[in-house]
Design a protein around this ligand. Structure first.
Ligand SMILES: Cc1ncc(COP(=O)(O)O)c(C=O)c1O
Length: 395
């Protein structure tokens, strides 16, 4: 037992901003889908850094790449081309559909959304009070622009006087509710095709198809928030691929750089040409270290078939949880999800279940008060899948 275990937890609690309720585990290292505390206890990680650790913890190829980059060059501003950034921009253009070929690199999910908001506003300078449609239950971030598009009142309430009144809320899955909001001021629709924080709700194919048609016919920009769903999470490289449509803008972050901070906003040159030099920028965005990290992540996802693994393991888990939901219909309302983005919706608050799972060395996340959420590294193996199922059956 590390002598300082409790002291470190208490002092982190004391000196921290109090915005994060702290767990009572002190992790010191990770490997694949496993985390170890300072006493060597092993935990199966279905939190995955809130959906960041798609390639798992401490992947040797990733470590080698970032170690090399640290020794070579950490930062030059985006105005100076560097090889790792060029490679990443080119790869992002390759793994997203035409005409999405241009990327603005930033440092987080919320920044990728902020850039998209400015992009759609810049593209509609002629409209005096441009409106954006977002969805009930959505989560797009916590800075003031992205927060204006985030539905949950708990996150918004204190800041509402500074949030744009030009956001209109449609019901997720209900195309009529979107149509009712469209008027001559509407410029864009922001959507998570599989809502994450809101409770793990995949959109239906027909809804996304109709939404795309509506955007095309009404000259609205369709912004796809892939911050949580991107980079293999749902059993496709990106969630829009499940729906056979091409969005106008894609926002990415979380899994993109394997744990280093990065956001990316991808669109066409036609849209990016509407923004003027200096209207948006970031000091740290696109630094060579994070670009090298993202290049390693994409290489690993491709060479280790992690997208396929996410699809396969996700199917197994969802099948097992659906069976459990049938057996325990009095406790479990519904199982939702796709790939390795899974929610088990209970008919009760799940706080104690999270605690119990942690005692059994399984780390789970919530989505709202009643949904257990699993967003593990995409490298999980058969044994780990069995272990997750067994523990969840015992909760
Ligand atoms: C769909 C979605 N968009 C945006 C964000 C914000 O990302 P970040 O926390 O990196 O700012 C999140 C974070 O959970 C998210 O899930």
């Amino acid at each position: 037992m590390t002598k300082n275990y409790q002291k470190i937890i208490e002092e982190e609690n004391f000196y921290n901003s109090k915005l994060f309720p702290k767990k009572d585990i002190l992790f010191s290292r990770g490997k694949g889908a496993l985390l170890y505390d300072v006493n060597g206890n092993e935990y199966l990680d279905c939190v995955g850094g809130h959906g960041v650790m798609n390639i798992g913890h401490s992947h040797p190829k990733y470590i080698e790449k970032i170690q090399h980059q640290v020794e070579e060059l950490l930062l030059v501003p985006q105005g100076y081309p560097v090889e790792e950034r060029y490679k990443l921009l080119k790869t992002l253009a390759e793994i997203t559909p035409k005409p999405l070929s241009q990327t603005f690199l930033s440092n987080s999910g919320t920044e990728s959304i902020e850039a998209a908001i400015k992009l759609v506003l810049a593209a509609n300078r002629d409209i005096k009070n441009p409106e954006i449609i977002a969805f009930k239950r959505s989560f797009h971030g916590r800075t003031l622009g992205s927060l204006a598009l985030t539905y949950t009142m708990k996150y918004r309430k204190a800041f509402i006087s500074w949030l744009s009144p030009h956001v209109k809320w449609a019901s997720f899955g209900d195309i009529e509710s979107v149509k009712e909001l469209v008027n001559e001021n509407t410029v864009a629709v922001f959507i998570e095709m599989i809502q994450g924080e809101g409770g793990v709700y995949p959109a239906s194919e027909s809804f996304i198809k109709e939404l795309k048609e509506l955007c095309e016919n009404g000259d609205l920009i369709l912004v796809d928030d892939e911050v949580q769903t991107g980079f293999g999470r749902t059993g496709k490289m990106f969630a829009y691929e499940h729906y056979n449509i091409i969005p106008d803008v894609i926002c990415m972050a979380k899994g993109i750089a394997g744990g280093l901070p990065m956001g990316a906003t991808i669109s066409s040159s036609e849209l990016f040409d509407k923004m003027m030099i200096g209207e948006h920028n970031t000091t740290f965005g696109g630094n060579p270290l994070c670009c090298a990290a993202a290049n390693a992540v994409i290489d690993i996802i491709r060479s280790e078939n992690l997208v396929k693994n996410a699809e396969k393991k996700g199917k197994e888990l969802i099948k097992a949880f659906k069976r459990l939901a049938e057996d325990e219909a009095k406790r479990i309302r519904e199982v939702r999800g796709i790939g390795l983005m899974i929610g088990i919706d209970y008919r009760m608050k799940i706080k104690n279940l999270l605690k119990k799972a942690q005692e059994m060395k399984l780390l789970l996340l919530n989505a709202g008060l009643t949904t257990l959420r699993l967003i593990p590294p995409l490298v999980i193996d058969d044994q780990q899948v069995d272990k997750i199922i067994k523990i969840i059956q015992q909760l």
